[in-house]
Design a protein around this ligand. Structure first.
Ligand code: ACO
Length: 316
């Protein structure tokens, strides 16, 4: 058996806080509606002088410092995102220069929307097996405020900005992450038009269709990861759900009989940060001691594509 362990985490959030009350001033909504339908109270939004690259750099520096490893030890740098500052170069290439990774470090960005961080973990596990250096830096980062239509009350209440980072290490005697990834090509219920689109590039979402997709897919994905790893529900210390909607998490929890104390999240103060959501929560759990050395976290994401992904990570 060979695979990955989580060595350290980091995160970076923009300064600006957007409350539900703030949103009532720009669209026809209420704090009560947003809180009860989603569990979100506040989210962060990038302002002047803040950028996707800066968030990634800050989160990456924190994770590397906590891991206590030099940039020369990094073999792979992956960033899950669909809202980088440039279409190219990839933000991961900018990190290579700014953080001083060797030139043969594999650096690229990856787009699997809200499942992106789990897709990146799996990709890192595969690439690190063949890499000369065994540490990987994996980020999920989004500036969703750039692709959010602040006249659409059904989406603008959901999204936030932020970046989460993880240093992982590949080892011959480390457990596999047992990734389960999937995709059901659908460009209608959840999509963001590209640069050639005539209309502004905003996220379009049929909320109820995505909700139904998530409630069906997330529990199945978790069960498949557990089955592949030969583990029971009780063998996992933390379930790290993509923070899209508290009601989706509650339904998945009930369906699989997961203990609520193992499923705590941070949606109340982050909103839905797409690919950043899982690593931001991982960082919160590790920083507060809720996930400790030797413990297992099962990460699960779902979103545009439609994609889904689940994977296990043990904290070194
Ligand atoms: N404030 C007040 N009323 C609202 C708001 C709002 N912000 N938004 C919608 N409504 C209204 C609707 O117009 C509708 O009114 P009507 O009955 O008069 O037509 C009513 O509330 C109910 O609307 P629904 O869409 O049925 O509300 P629902 O309970 O489904 O909640 C939500 C909407 C929160 C978007 C939910 O469907 C959801 O979370 N879906 C999943 C989203 C998700 O997980 N996305 C993941 C990926 S994101 C990515 O990949 C980038």
């Amino acid at each position: 058996m060979n695979g990955l362990k989580l060595v350290s985490t980091g995160s970076a959030m923009p300064k600006g806080v957007v409350t539900n009350e703030d949103l009532t001033k720009i669209v026809d909504t209420s704090d009560e509606w947003i809180t009860t339908r989603t569990g979100i109270h506040t989210r962060r939004r990038c302002g002047e002088g803040e950028s996707h690259t800066q968030l990634c750099l800050a989160a990456a520096r924190q994770a590397l410092e906590r891991a206590g490893i030099a940039p020369e030890a990094v073999g792979v740098c992956l960033i899950a995102t669909f809202t980088g500052d440039h279409l190219n170069p990839a933000t991961a290439c900018i990190l290579q220069k700014e953080l001083g990774f060797p030139e043969d470090t594999v650096c690229f960005d990856l787009n699997a929307a809200c499942s992106g961080f789990v897709y990146a973990l799996h990709t890192a596990q595969c690439l690190l097996a063949a890499a000369p250096r065994k540490f990987g830096l994996v980020l999920g980062a989004e500036v969703l405020s750039r692709v959010t239509d602040y006249t659409d009350r059904s989406t603008c209440i959901l999204f936030g900005d932020g970046a989460g980072a993880a240093v992982v290490e590949w080892g011959e005697d480390y457990p596999s992450i047992h990734a389960v990834l999937g995709c059901r090509g659908d460009a209608d219920v959840l999509y963001t038009p590209g640069v050639n689109a005539e209309a502004p590039s905003y996220i379009h979402m049929e909320g109820q269709s995505v909700f139904r997709f998530a409630v069906e897919t997330v529990p199945r994905c978790i069960s498949q990861v557990l089955e592949q790893a030969g583990l029971g529900v009780e063998d996992v210390d933390r379930y790290v759900f993509h923070q899209a909607n508290q009601r989706i998490i509650d339904l998945a929890m009930r369906k699989l009989h997961l203990p609520p104390e193992k499923c705590t999240g941070n949606i109340a103060h982050t909103g839905n940060t797409s690919a950043a959501s899982v690593p931001l929560l991982l960082d919160e759990l590790v920083s507060t001691g809720a996930l400790r050395s030797g413990q297992r976290a099962l990460c699960v994401g779902f979103g545009a594509g439609l994609t889904w992904g689940g994977a296990l990570l043990e904290l070194k």
